[in-house]
Ligand binder design. Sequence first.
Ligand SMILES: [Zn+2]
Ligand SMILES: [Zn+2]
Ligand SMILES: [Zn+2]
Ligand SMILES: [Zn+2]
Length: 258
Amino acid sequence: MIDDAIRVLAGDCTVIAEDADREEYRGRVTTIVKPDNTVLVHDSDGYQPVAWLTRADSVSSERRDGFTLVAKKDTQTLRIAAHEQEGFAHYPSSAAGTPVGECPDCDGALVRSSGVHCVGCGNRYGVPADATIRDERCDCDCGLPKMRVERGLAFTVCLDRGCESLDAAVKAEFDREWACPEPGCDGDLRILRRGGLIAGCEHYPDCDTGFAVPAGVVDGECGCGLPTFETASGVRCLDATCDRALEGPLEVESDADD
Ligand SMILES: [Zn+2]
Ligand SMILES: [Zn+2]
Ligand SMILES: [Zn+2]
Ligand SMILES: [Zn+2]
C-alpha cells in the first residue's frame, strides 16, 4: 500500500546545474530524489543542499560510465554523474506527522499531517483541518482514536467517517435549529454537506441562502437573528458577511429601532 519511495544515490559525483548560467561541483555527496521529483544534492556541510531542483518535471536515471541522474524543469537541468558509486537504493517513504495513536489494523503508528495516516499499512483518514485527535479510542469495533471537532458544539467522533459520522452528529443537533434569515422566507436551515458542512435553506433552489458552518461553538444570538459562534479568531455570526455579531440579540435591537 505504500508506493512512495525515496531514491538515494551516494558517491563521488560530478554535479552540474544549468539554467541561465552553469555551476559544476565535485565531491562525495548524497543525492535524494523525493516522490514528487524534488532532487536534493547534499555534501558534508550544513543543512542546505549544494544543488537542488524542486518538483522537477522529469527525473531519469541511466547507468552509463557510473550512475547518472538527470532532472529537468523548464529551463533548468541538474545532472549528477557518479565516478565512484557508494550506494543506490529505494526506500519506502510517507509523510511525517505528529504521532496520534496506533493503527488497529497493523499496530503501526498513526500520524497527523494533512489527514491521519498509518506509517505501517498506509491507511488514510481525512480529518477537518481544525480537528484535534484524542487519546481515547472509539467505543465501536474499529479501535481507532476519536477526533474532537467544533461545529456549533464540540463533537467527539470516530476518526473513520464510515464508523461514526460527524455530519450525522451535527445534523442531529442543528438540523432545522435556525430559521432562514431571508426576508419573506419561512424556511428552516438544513444541515447539508456541499464540499464542507453548510446550513442551507430548505426551500433551495427558490431560496439560495446558505452558510458554511464555522469551526467553533454556538455562544449566543447575533443582531440579525442567526447564532453567533465562538471561534479561534473571535466571535462571529453564522453569516460570515454579517457584521452585527456584537450587537446582541434581535429583541434588544428591535426595541432600539422602535
Ligand atoms: Zn496500519
Ligand atoms: Zn470507530
Ligand atoms: Zn430561505
Ligand atoms: Zn448576523
